[in-house]
Design a protein. Structure first.
Length: 93
C-alpha cells in the first residue's frame, strides 16, 4: 500500500489543480481532526518531521503518530469517494 504522502502527492485534478491548492486542501483536512491528531500531522506532513521525531516531540509512541496519519488517509479517501459519487449522481461519470 502506498504511503500517505504518496497518496497526497499524486495528481488529483478534482481535489486541487496546483501545489498551493493541494497544500491548502491538506491543511483544511488536518484542521477537521481533533487537536492532538492535527498537531502530530502538522509535524509530519506539513513540517516534514519523521514519525520518530514527531513522537519524541509530542512524547507519544511512534505507533500513535502513525495511527493519526491513517486517520487522515481515511478522511481523504472518504472525501474522494463522496466527490466521485456526486459526480456519478450528476451524470458526469
Amino acid at each position: 500500500m502506498p504511503g500517505l504522502l504518496d497518496q497526497l502527492a499524486s495528481p488529483e485534478p478534482e481535489l486541487a489543480s496546483s501545489e498551493a491548492e493541494q497544500q491548502l486542501a491538506l491543511e483544511q483536512l488536518v484542521d477537521q481532526l481533533p487537536a492532538a491528531q492535527a498537531t502530530a500531522l502538522r509535524l509530519t506532513l506539513l513540517k516534514g518531521l519523521s514519525l520518530r521525531a514527531a513522537a519524541e516531540r509530542l512524547e507519544i509512541s511512534v505507533m500513535s503518530v502513525s495511527h493519526r496519519e491513517v486517520r487522515l488517509a481515511t478522511l481523504l479517501a472518504q472525501k474522494k469517494a463522496i466527490a466521485a459519487l456526486r459526480q456519478q449522481l450528476a451524470g458526469g461519470g
